[in-house]
Write a protein that binds this ligand. Structure first.
Ligand SMILES: *Cc1c(COP(=O)(O)O)cnc(C)c1O
Length: 454
């Protein structure tokens, strides 16, 4: 077999259906349907084997920042691959991983300046959870073994990450394999568990959270939260001030605050990190998705010195963190991540983002009056449009109808790739998306919602 160019689309389709198991996918349906095969990327566009172009409305699973095949990033990668493709961090240090940690330390919230590398969001969270518990052990409090989590939370698909998650359809099957957590109500204002509405809310869910902390006093190692917005749960945006109040409660009950910035980190919310909006400094923070601009798998778990220094001692004290991944700190990924940070500055990306966020807010207003739109939620350049069967009662569409997926299939016919969260339509484009591309994205999604629901 020589180059890939000689292989026909038909052959690729056949092999894909015969040999590849796609994630989060009912393969019986996948094998039945005609699938798009992407071969190229250009800016915010993905191009398939037939030369058809699709606007990447979900930034290739929420990772892409500066567009596809951005020249500066490609060059950084090429330059690095000719110097060193990989060497291990077990027993050796490597140049790019050092520089990246030092640069990241300059932009992460104050005090978060020690980086434990891994290669995806789930592992970054596994590390956070294990580290938080071992910290309690080293602090002479091994009975603090529980974790407080939120309903509708998503932290990844490995078993530890699943245990601290709270999405029924993904997580229930694995219940016998999971550890138990203390689950707090999600700040899901559209479907408030406390029976409040946005206008009557005084964050009763925070009182419920405090009651759980009180009831489990002295038994909790850490609290795990997606800051500002629960992503995979349906782009569920928290009321302003919620994160800060969670921080205050963690302080009061001496609980480590673990913040999962895997989806929100690197500009998505309009600031570099979601925590920045409320001046929150977590004890541990997980980073991945956008860290290497959507180019390569890379993740980091960042912690304050109090956590790090609890692990210091002679080898025989057995305080070592016995955890690590083979491709930890990969130089190619780190080199791209470094260049990505440079591009944030060079392009003045965060400032450029603000008018786009404002325009998105305004344009989303047009969706609110649609007959099957129940709720519209936005946080920075991320948004969710929750479709419902009955707007008056908020009754959801039966999940088996796959209304969200059908909307995305309509969008695909119109040259936009999107992927829903249940019946919530997701808007999560590369941060460099232009105004005109953003307009295409919103127009196509609106038309597709109309076609499917009206
Ligand atoms: C995507 C995601 C993860 C998991 O990351 P993977 O790289 O898919 O393992 C964890 N937390 C949040 C908030 C995410 O959005």
């Amino acid at each position: 077999m020589s180059g890939t160019n000689s292989i026909t689309t038909e052959q690729l389709r056949l092999w894909d259906k015969r040999h590849v198991w796609h994630p989060f996918t009912q393969m019986q349906e996948w094998e039945r349907d005609e699938q798009i095969i992407i071969v190229k990327g250009e800016g915010c566009w993905l191009i398939d084997t037939d030369g058809r172009r699709y606007l990447d409305g979900v930034a290739s699973m929420w990772t892409n920042v500066h567009g596809h095949c951005r020249r500066e990033l490609n060059d950084a990668l090429k330059e690095q691959v000719d110097r060193l493709e990989h060497s291990t961090l077990l027993g050796l240090a490597s140049e790019q991983s050092i520089i990246l940690a030092a640069r990241l330390a300059e932009i992460t919230p104050p005090g978060l300046d020690r980086f434990f590398y891994s290669d995806n969001g789930s592992t970054a969270m596994e590390v956070a959870v294990k580290m938080a518990y071992q910290y309690q052990v080293h602090s002479g409090r091994p009975e603090r073994s529980r974790f407080i989590t939120f309903r509708h939370a998503y932290h990844g698909d490995t078993l530890g990450a699943v245990s601290v998650g709270g999405i029924g359809i993904y997580h229930t099957t694995f219940k016998p394999l999971m550890f138990e957590t203390i689950q707090a109500p999600a700040p899901y204002c559209y479907r408030c568990e406390m029976g409040c509405s946005r206008t009557s809310c005084s964050m009763e869910c925070i009182d419920a959270l405090e009651a759980l902390m009180e009831g489990n006093a002295g038994l909790v190692a850490g609290l795990v939260i997606e800051p500002l917005v629960q992503g995979a749960g349906g782009m569920i945006v928290q009321p302003a001030g919620f994160l800060k109040r969670v921080r205050n409660l963690c302080d009061r009950y001496d609980i480590l605050m673990i913040v999962d910035e895997v989806a929100t980190g690197f500009g998505r919310t309009g600031k570099m990190f979601a925590c920045n909006h409320e001046g929150v400094v977590p004890d541990i923070m997980a980073l991945s998705k956008g860290i290497a601009a959507g180019y390569l798998p890379l993740a980091a778990t960042v912690m304050i010195d109090k956590v790090y220094s609890a692990f210091l001692g002679s080898y025989s004290e057995l305080k070592t963190f016995f955890h690590g991944h083979t491709f930890t700190g990969n130089p190619l990924a780190c080199a791209v991540a470094l260049k990505s940070l440079q591009l944030f500055q060079q392009d003045n990306l965060l400032a450029e983002l603000q008018p786009k966020i404002a325009w998105l807010t305004q344009r989303l207003g047009d969706f609110e009056s649609m007959p099957h739109v129940g709720d519209v939620r936005q946080c920075g350049l991320a948004a969710g449009i929750e479709l419902v069967e009955n707007r008056e009662t908020g009754a959801p569409y039966p999940w088996e109808l796959k209304v969200g997926m059908r909307v995305c299939l309509e969008a695909r016919k119109r040259g936009v790739f999107s992927r829903p969260l249940g019946n919530t339509i997701v808007i999560f484009p590369p941060l460099v998306i232009s105004n005109s591309e953003l307009e295409i994205l919103l127009n196509v999604l609106q038309e597709s919602i109309r076609v499917v629901t009206e």
